[in-house]
Write a protein that binds this ligand. Structure first.
Ligand code: TTP
Length: 411
């Protein structure tokens, strides 16, 4: 079977991390999001069709033209926004009557979702099928209403109600393209596959559903990256030391240390922690659980890092505290730069997402720093603040507001 993976979105809610790249190439636990999706689909699929548009060359460069010997075809999304348009773009690659998977490229889920989806599709002899999961609060999701073995309706953003959420994992037959052709643009200006599903239902066709009980995360906002990072490190990390650990360093498993990485004396690392290749760690640093550090990074003397993602080629070299934060690629923190990750009033931390303040629901959230950022010495960053890619922050700046990309900020 073929899998159509949707990866054409702009990922605006993930700015500044998507300033210069599509969201699906961002690494969580040192691996790009889309690679997890491909690996999970791999046992069920013999060909991948990836729908691309925004900064597509970065996805093509990352994945190349095959995975485990299975071909990957890249298809530019047809004109128009939305998941329905994205799926429609695969039309000429799907034969008449052929069934295929269609999966959002920015979600984290496990194999059981696909196994179960395939099972209900076949067992119920359905025209299409989708994966659902029960949530107490569906305000961020689409509500899937069911009766017996089949879906009866899908409602976008139903408010604070409980029920089954639509997880963005579908099985269609080629007739879906006819229904997409009839799908109208939604209030938010997109052609949504959920509207297409309602059209399929009103035509009398049957959509089966599989209730998935495993872990799933829709990586839409920066803190979702921290959630998925934590989940992967907690449940999948195997203790493995490929690099060099000097005498006098303490490593509490599970910790993964890649080839060519050196952990110098006096470093104290409490797993689960993952460190990539050719990085320099310590001497005398403290790395706490749920931290991923990429390749070619430098974490130096008197630096403390916890529950954070530090992407490739980035440095926290002297006297830094990085807590519950995300630091993009090629970024450097000056000596003494500190992220604050907790409000004094203990309230949950709000973050500006696409111009609106959103509650992250987290009591602890630090900074979200883009790629190629230079932060000067003794910079203090307020909780939940973002620094845009290619920004320069001068010495001693207090970052209490978000910083746009490509700017210089001085005291
Ligand atoms: P969204 O997360 O709704 O959209 P997005 O990726 O553009 O992110 P943002 O809203 O932050 O800008 O998309 C869900 C999935 O569908 C995701 O895997 C990207 C994909 N998609 C497309 O392939 N084409 C599109 O036109 C849209 C809107 C999304």
């Amino acid at each position: 079977m073929k899998a159509v993976i949707l990866a054409a979105g702009k990922g605006e809610r993930l700015r500044p991390l998507t300033d210069d790249r599509p969201k699906v190439v961002l690494k969580v636990a040192n691996k790009p999001i889309i690679e997890y999706v491909i690996e999970t689909l791999d046992p069920f699929v013999d060909e991948f069709i990836i729908i691309v548009r925004y900064m597509k060359e970065k996805i093509i460069k990352l994945l190349g033209d095959e995975f485990h010997g299975k071909p990957i075809t890249y298809v530019e999304q047809v004109e128009g926004e939305g998941t329905a348009k994205a799926i429609y773009s695969a039309k000429e690659y799907i034969e008449d009557g052929e069934a295929f998977f269609a999966v959002n490229g920015d979600i984290y889920f496990e194999e059981d979702a696909i196994r179960g989806l395939l099972h209900v599709f076949r067992k119920k002899n359905a025209d299409a099928a989708l994966v659902v999961k029960a949530f107490d609060d569906l305000s961020q999701f689409g509500l899937v209403e069911v009766e017996g073995d089949f879906v009866i309706r899908i409602k976008e953003k139903p408010g604070k109600v409980s029920g089954f959420a639509n997880l963005g994992i579908y099985l269609f037959k080629s007739d879906v393209f006819e229904f997409i052709e009839k799908t109208e643009v939604s209030e938010r200006g997109e052609y949504e596959i959920t509207d297409t599903l309602n059209l399929i239902l009103s035509s009398g066709k049957k959509i089966a559903y599989y209730e998935y009980r495993g872990y799933w995360n829709d990586i839409g906002r920066p803190w979702n990256l921290l959630e998925v990072n934590e989940y992967i490190l907690k449940t999948k990390l195997k203790h493995s030391i490929r690099g060099q650990v000097e005498e006098g360093a303490v490593i509490v498993p599970p910790v993964e240390i890649g080839e060519g990485t050196i952990v110098r004396s006096g470093s104290y690392i409490i797993g689960p922690v993952k460190i990539g290749r050719n990085s320099r760690i310590g001497p005398n640093c403290f790395i706490r659980p749920y931290t991923s550090i990429g390749d070619n990074c430098h974490i130096g003397n008197a630096v403390e890092i916890k529950n954070s993602i530090i992407m490739d080629n980035s440095n926290a070299p002297h006297l830094n505290y990085v807590g519950d934060s995300i630091i993009g690629e090629n970024t450097n923190l000056g000596a003494g730069t500190i992220t604050a990750n907790l409000r004094h009033d203990n309230k949950t931390i709000k973050v500006e997402v696409k111009g609106k303040l959103e509650d992250s629901g987290r009591r602890k959230l630090g900074a979200i720093i883009g790629h190629n950022v230079k932060v000067g010495i003794n910079v203090s960053i307020y909780p939940g603040r973002k620094i845009g890619s290619n920004a320069f922050i001068g010495p001693g700046v207090v970052v209490d507001k978000n910083v746009p990309p490509n700017v210089l900020v001085v005291v």
